[in-house]
Design a protein around this ligand. Sequence first.
Ligand code: ARG
Length: 305
Amino acid sequence: MPLHASVADLDFRVADLTRIAPPNRVLLAEPRDFDCAYAINPHMVDEHGALKRVDRGLAREQWRALRSAFEAGGLRVDLVAPLDGHPDLVFCANPALPLPRELFADGKPRIVPSRMAHAERRGEVEHVVAALAALGYVVEPLRGTSRRFEGMGDGIWHLGRALLWAGVGPRSEREAWKELAERYALHVVALELVDPALYHLDTAFASLGDDACLWSPSAFDSRGRASIERLHRRPIEADAEETRRYLACNAFTADGRRVFIERRCERTAATLAREGFDVVPVDTGEFLKSGGSVFCMKLAHGPLA
Ligand code: ARG
């Protein structure tokens, strides 16, 4: 399948696409070494350009509560062990992209290792991929020469369908998505990211079900906006200030009903509730300092068989 770059390419209906089972597991990494030790996105520094200070004890508490919230939501937790010298490992959505088992004749899910844009995070990839391989994933590296590809930071599965929304920007390049679309005959919609504060697709877009998404229109160019609107009957706009300050779009649902979202996003939560979702507020305050929240603090995957 060629990579879809504009609304003219979207000559299909979501309801006609192959169904994939919603994720039933989350891979998590305990934030033992979590810190803002370098600045690779604008959230990590204060208004004077100094690295933000993290309260590691509080971070650990917030992470534990997030883990419990996922478990209470029926998600099985898999853990990846801490890794010395990798303060961003907690954002374990970024080092890999899982491809669901329904896409393959042998019924085995695949994992595509990331090519991290920043050297500081490159050591995470092998570690996270090894944890997923141990769970039964077949590892299929990119073959092309793309230098930037950040897994589920920029690759978001349309909930329950064989359709991948793909961020093109500071962390992932178009060429990587093109390779995946062609190699796996997959519908992949490229979305150009234009706001440096919304540097991963998961800071600007969340799939909420067949017809709904949560998004921030200003993160995209006109082509991206048109593509998202074309394939969603209910594109739900997140509050603009909450999107930038509290990563409102970095929300997650595995079942199209219960939405986990940072608790400071009160206006966005109210909108979601009005739209019929069950909102589960979680405190990710320490992790916001590093530019991440609910969605990227886990790698949603499964079922494995
Ligand atoms: N400090 C991390 C980085 O800049 C945060 C990553 C958050 N992940 C995300 N998908 N938004 O890489």
